[in-house]
Design a protein around this ligand. Structure first.
Ligand SMILES: [Zn+2]
Length: 271
């Protein structure tokens, strides 16, 4: 009985699983200091329609609105650093003051991030000067642990290696794409989530550090076949991007669109 609703929903997605054209629209590709490249973030599109915005750093919402002309239907937040969440205040205001949008934008985040974002962006006396507004009420906050359902698809959420354990997460759609968020190398995690057709958008700068991956790390820790699936972002400059290409990697450009395979049909969240 408890599975009856989800089965019918998933069956619908199975039927049309091969019909959609999927792509990843990378909005920004920059590290926190690389302002000209835009804050790292991307939009998962199906048949040209935005399904999910990943991260909402400074300028991300403006970039999104220029491209799509309306608020995103759903947003996934990887972690609480400001280059990934500074745009949430603008998103709050835009959603709150639009009666058609208030409380409609789904905001997916790991449950561990709720207290962090409460402190970073939500905790301010009177979210709007007039009063009468609760910050989270502008959204449909969906706290999660293993992943989430969206439009009949199961998205895996996985821990990454970025500052304090349990505070940074990536997202993946089986057979389609993975987005690491900020991370050191995580080959075991990605090999469990990504098959040969999965595009893996991966944090990478020219030089690694305790928070981020460098190209030497990729060459040392990832097998050759997986390296060929990577699309690098979160780098320091266009010159760094060229150097990464010179090492044989695909590197995302700001506003670039990358074709994806349609995701594998999934029948349970454990599948
Ligand atoms: Zn970060």
């Amino acid at each position: 009985m408890k599975h009856a609703v989800s089965h019918s929903r998933v069956d619908a997605s199975v039927r049309d699983a091969g019909a959609g054209v999927w792509s990843l629209h990378v909005l920004g590709t920059g590290a926190a200091s690389a302002v000209d490249l835009g804050a790292s973030g991307a939009v998962l599109e199906r048949d040209g329609t935005p399904l999910l915005l990943i991260d909402c750093g400074p300028g991300t919402l403006e970039h999104y609105l220029r491209g799509y002309g309306a608020l995103p239907p759903a947003v996934f937040i990887t972690h609480g650093h400001m280059d990934h969440v500074a745009g949430l205040e603008r998103l709050f205001h835009t959603a709150w003051f639009d009666p058609a949008q208030r409380g409609r934008v789904k905001l997916f985040m790991h449950a561990n991030l709720v207290p962090i974002l409460q402190a970073r962006v939500a905790d301010y006396p009177n979210a709007i000067a007039e009063g009468g507004s609760n910050f989270w009420e502008a959204f449909r906050l969906v706290a999660l642990t293993r992943g989430f359902w969206l439009d009949g698809w199961w998205f895996d959420v996985f821990a990454t290696r970025h500052h304090v354990p349990g505070t940074s997460f990536g997202v993946a759609l089986r057979g389609c794409f993975g987005w690491t968020g900020d991370t050191r190398p995580i080959p075991e995690t990605l090999s469990a989530l990504a098959d040969a057709q999965t595009l893996i958008a991966h944090d990478c700068a020219l030089h690694g550090n305790p928070s981020h991956t460098g190209v030497d790390d990729l060459e040392r820790e990832y097998p050759e076949a997986m390296r060929a699936q990577l699309l690098l972002y979160h780098y320091g400059s266009e010159a760094d991007a060229q150097a990464l290409r010179g090492r044989g990697f695909k590197v995302a450009v700001p506003d670039g669109r990358y074709p994806l395979h349609a995701p594998h049909p999934v029948r349970t969240e454990a599948g």
